[in-house]
Design a protein around this ligand. Sequence first.
Ligand code: M6R
Length: 609
Amino acid sequence: MCGIFGCIMKQGNAAPIIRASLKRLEYRGYDSVGVATIQDGKIYVKKDQGKIDDVHSILNLDDLPGNLGIGHTRWATHGAPLKINAHPHSDCTGQIVVVHNGIIENFSELKLELENNGHKFVSKTDTEVIAHLIEENLRKNPELELANAVLEAVKRLEGSYAVAVISTREPDKIICARNESPLVLGISENAVYCASDIPAFLPFTNKVVLINDGEFIILSSKGYEIRRINDFSIVAREPEIVDWTPEMAVKQGYPHFMIKEIHEQPATLRNTLRMQEHYLDLISTFLDRAREVFLVACGTSYHACLAASYMFSKLAFLPTYPVYASEFMEQHGKSVNIDSTILAVSQSGETADTLAAVTCAQQRAATILGLTNVIGSTLTRVSRVYVGQQSGPEIGVAATKTFTSQLSVLAQLALRLSKKRGKISQDEMDDIAERLEKLPDIVETIIQTQKEKAKQLAKKYKDAKTFFFLGRGVSTATAYEGRLKLMEIAYIPSIAFPAGESKHGPISLIEAGLPVVFICAKDGAHKTLIGNIMEMKARGASIIAIVEEGDEEIKALSDDYVEVPKGIPEVLSPIPFAIPLQLLAYYMALEKGLNPDTPRNLAKSVTVK
Ligand code: M6R
């Protein structure tokens, strides 16, 4: 997730507007910043790694000349957060510059083709191919208009993009295109704007044109023209008036970041399906060769590891040890060695406990692999190989979208490993891979159809003093995650166990009306789980079941239920089943008058041991 911005001013310089607008998009990423403007047939660029204010204090981003320009604030996905990878990126001649938010899946093929045609690349980004593709189109056909050269370029892109392009060839235009990455236009008396999000230009105008996937924009001082990428046909769309306050705008109209981030999951899950194959392959090769594999993490990331231990076992027959990072040294510090492999999972890549475990393992010559959301974080620097989960910045303290993305990446690793080891049939692997592709839509359906249900449950159970969360198999991880969400933002003491363990102690807490949430994936443990539900029901517990649609048996036993679509493979079930639990925690916090974004005593990134 990056922020792009562009503007054409009727009066005055563009650069100060671009810098101020990028600042309002900084929540989308802050690894580097860059601005490009045009004046008198020349392109001016300033960019560097770091946050906008820091870069501005050194480079003075405002003093670029010209009334037209584009800018970018970056959340690194392809290429480290260094100056060389900062946008805008340009072609070989420096006459075309591009800013981009998204992931170009076929960039390696395109890059190779362009390099074979003599193009020189300077960055490690996927974005740079766009500038060279446009240049190539113009080389082949010098008569082409800039818009057509950009159009032909974007037609070759696979993946997600919102791009803005400027060129000295037509210095009065900004050309944009969108596929699966957000893009909006702002229209005022004095200017036209394009941006990843409305807050960027909200102080200047509330007249907004929303751009859809597959659309192409030509911005000029005369206004905007929207066309369809596939046939270049014109789209007529009038601006709408948005009456958001700046604070609402940053949250895209949602009252809290947490619910905004819950809603982002279909998009973030789609992004995880665009991982760089090469790194997934490398990591699975290391896992395959390891004598022992520890999955090390804290909090929600630990729950992703716990779920992953079931995935690796069931799909690749690889035993792994999920370990709380804070316990790693005590538990395994003496035995970890050159034959051990640590897969450290950390959204922030900065969690002190996780890094301490990594250091301990590294000192004993173990191999360190990383999965993180923050490219450039300490975890990426200390890992032999790492993979970025590409979820974009998460601002709510409670991890939501980053959890489901971690699960998706870990499932992909397990599938790759399975293929290497040949442990399950090709048909089974294909089926799981296909269903993984469908999960973004499934998650979208769950959010749309079950939000009200979660709201009602929160109302009904808001005075409960304690909650239980139970599941069997991989659903144990989901149960732990449901408990953590409810505890951390709604402050309700909660207990989670593998359902089979509850009769060994925790069941003594059950009394009439105590809510017990059962995670009821349709898996091999389903029958046994029904027995566990009966045990709780017999003692007066209120059963809240998260079930697959059509699971009439469990629905009949429950006081309340939330449904997720049918046919989800067991190993993938934590992704859809986590969604109702996130929603329940969110609405429970609201019922209790709490701000779910800023729970007491917690920080987004815990950098103390
Ligand atoms: O950045 P990390 O993934 O390493 O963070 C780990 C935990 O601190 C984090 O998951 C925490 O438990 C969240 N508040 C959970 O919502």
